[in-house]
Design a protein around this ligand. Structure first.
Ligand code: SAM
Length: 384
């Protein structure tokens, strides 16, 4: 009997998987489904992302139905990111624990908590008190709905606060753990951002840390398609150049997204900025990930040739204004020259391997930050 039920369940799961794939990859199908079959679409997504209620899923999808976002070919990816993030956050908490960062009985702050997925994961891991802040009223509304009355009464507090212009109703050094995932690329000043972490992170208790995650700008996927705009090479430009290109091309790319484009940095640059604020940083690394670059190190030339052609082809297919195309093609060429140069070292020491991993291969940078210890007051970062 159990076997039969399992078989039935797996069949539904794989049918839902195929359906999701079609929604993701066939924008016309997605548009038809969201317009004519919202009910059915909601049910299938609900079955796939089991932690969220049916009403919640429906509301999230409904928002995309009426929104100007509907014409954006990446629309389904935005919808999915609202749900998928929960699995990533649960996984992050598990990996932190494996590395000795336990949340049991900790007081936690999350900056940019959005729909509360990380707060939910922290509460499951035994955190004592949780405060989530966000500048978006809509995101906090989602968080309230997702977390539910019980959690909100017991240990989660949600506050509408801009971390840069408002103070929290808490003293400095109030939090033993601070999380802020996927926020750094949206902030005006990375320097001020680390300053706020320094202010609210406790420097007293053993095991206090902040965890920041940010997409790695030099990972090949970011070069092929900047994570928010999808334009090859855009991530390599400075803020002004990137936003000029984005605003002149976005209509042609069927996007009404009105984001700001900010500067992205490499791990060692984030490390130096944090250091200048009196903080020291460590990458959250799994040994397995670093070892997995061995195959790339052997085939780096083939890798560079293949992806250089792919990036330029993708760029050409967008048919951008010639001057924009030239700027992006130039940046892509420069990136691959640097990639080759960085890989042409005779001996790759373990330290160098970590450096290369953080620079090119990590998909996301996960940065652990703590108050600087006295012995580190005058040291500075030097890559391997
Ligand atoms: C890309 S989302 C990331 C959400 C969530 N942390 C995650 O990993 O999925 C960025 C979030 O940061 C919030 N945010 C951006 N700037 C902020 C600021 N200055 N103060 C507080 N929250 C901010 C946004 O409203 C948004 O919810």
């Amino acid at each position: 009997m159990k076997k039969k039920l399992l078989k039935f369940f797996n069949a539904i799961k794989s049918r839902n998987g195929e359906y999701l794939n079609e929604l993701r990859n066939d924008h016309e199908f997605f548009k038809r489904e969201i317009t004519n079959n919202l009910e059915g679409m909601t049910k299938r997504l609900y079955k796939h992302y089991k932690y969220f209620s049916l009403d919640y899923v429906k509301r999230i999808i409904g928002h995309f139905k009426d929104d100007a976002l509907l014409s954006n070919p990446w629309c389904m990816r935005y919808i999915e990111s609202e749900f998928l993030i929960l699995n990533n956050q649960i996984d992050l908490i598990k990996r932190l624990k494996l590395n000795g960062f336990d949340l049991k009985n900790r007081t936690v702050l999350e900056i940019g908590c959005a729909n509360g997925c990380l707060l939910f994961a922290c509460s499951k891991s035994g955190a004592k008190k949780l405060v989530g802040i966000d500048i978006s009223q809509t995101r906090l509304k989602n968080a309230r709905e997702f977390l539910g009355e019980k959690l909100l009464k017991k240990k989660v507090e949600l506050l509408l606060i801009d971390i840069f212009s408002q103070d929290l109703p808490y003293d400095k050094s109030s939090f033993e753990v601070i999380f802020s995932t996927n926020v750094l690329e949206h902030v005006q000043s990375t320097h001020d951002y680390f300053g706020r972490i320094k202010k609210y992170l406790s420097d007293k208790t053993e095991g206090c840390f902040a965890l920041t995650s940010v997409c790695n700008k030099y990972n090949i996927s970011s070069i092929l398609a900047e994570p928010h705009y999808g334009i090859p090479g855009l991530i390599l430009l400075n803020r002004k150049e990137a936003s000029n290109i984005w605003y002149s091309e976005r209509k042609k790319l069927f996007s009404n997204l009105d984001y700001e484009v900010f500067d992205w940095f490499l791990y060692e640059e984030y490390q130096n900025i944090a250091f200048s604020q009196g903080l020291e940083t460590f990458p959250l690394l799994d040994k397995y990930s670093v070892d997995s670059i061995d195959a790339h190190l052997k085939n780096y030339k083939d890798f560079a040739d293949k992806y250089y052609i792919m990036a330029i082809d993708k760029l050409t297919n967008l048919c951008l204004i010639k001057s924009n195309n030239d700027i992006l093609a130039g940046a892509i060429k420069k990136y691959f020259d640097e990639f080759i140069k960085d890989h042409t070292e005779e001996e790759v020491t373990p330290q160098r391997k970590v450096y290369l991993y953080l620079k090119y291969y990590a998909f996301v940078l996960e940065i652990i930050t703590m108050h600087k210890s006295d012995s580190l007051q005058s040291a500075s970062f030097s890559p391997g």
